[in-house]
Design a protein around this ligand. Structure first.
Ligand code: HEC
Length: 139
C-alpha cells in the first residue's frame, strides 16, 4: 500500500528540473528525479506494473543508495529558483536535513530485493523516508 502510494506520488510529479534556470537548483532537482526513477523501477514491480526481477531490483536499490549519498552535497549551497520546491528551512535545520538523507540511504541499503515480499516491505520503509523529508523540507 505504501509502496503503491510511493509509485503514485513519483508518477504524478512532472520533471521540473528543466524549468530551473539556476544550474545548482536544476542539478539537485535532477538528482531527486533520478531518485524517483530508481524508486519507481522497484515500485512498479510490487504494484504489478512490471514483473518482479531480483537482479533489476538489486541494481535499482544500489543506484538509489548511491544517489542518496549525493543529496547533502547537492543541497549544500543555499540556492533558489522560481521552479524550486525546496523550503528555506533546509538550511536553517541542516543537520536534520542530512539525517533524513542518511535515513533514505540506509532504507535503500536495507531493501531485501531477493523476494517480492521483501521488496514490498523495504519500499514501505523507503517511502516513509521520502515522506519524512518532503513533509518538512519541500513545498
Ligand atoms: C533529505 C530530504 C529528502 C529525501 C530523503 C527525499 N527527498 Fe525528494 N526532494 C527533496 C527536496 C528538498 C525536493 C525539492 C528540490 C527542489 O525543488 O529544489 C525534492 C524533490 C523531489 C522530486 C521532484 C523533482 C523535480 O524534478 O522537481 C521527486 C520526484 C522526489 N523528490 C522524489 C523522492 C523520492 C522518491 C524519495 C525517496 C526515495 C525522496 N525524494 C527523498 C528532499 C528529499
Amino acid at each position: 500500500m505504501l509502496a503503491a502510494l510511493l509509485v503514485a506520488s513519483v508518477a504524478a510529479v512532472p520533471v521540473r528540473a528543466q524549468q530551473a534556470s539556476n544550474p545548482v537548483v536544476a542539478e539537485r532537482m535532477r538528482l531527486m528525479s533520478d531518485i524517483g526513477a530508481a524508486s519507481k523501477i522497484m515500485g512498479d514491480m510490487v504494484s504489478g506494473r512490471s514483473a518482479f526481477d531480483a537482479a533489476r531490483a538489486a541494481q535499482a536499490a544500489s543506484t538509489l543508495a548511491q544517489l542518496s549519498s549525493r543529496v547533502p552535497d547537492a543541497f549544500t549551497a543555499n540556492e533558489t529558483d522560481p521552479a524550486s520546491e525546496a523550503l528555506p528551512s533546509i538550511w536553517a535545520n541542516w543537520s536534520t536535513f542530512t539525517a533524513r538523507a542518511d535515513a533514505m540511504r540506509t532504507a535503500a541499503q536495507n531493501i531485501d530485493t531477493s523476494s517480492e515480499g521483501g521488496l514490498r516491505a523495504g519500499l514501505a520503509e523507503l517511502g516513509g523516508a521520502c515522506r519524512a523529508c518532503h513533509t518538512t523540507f519541500r513545498e
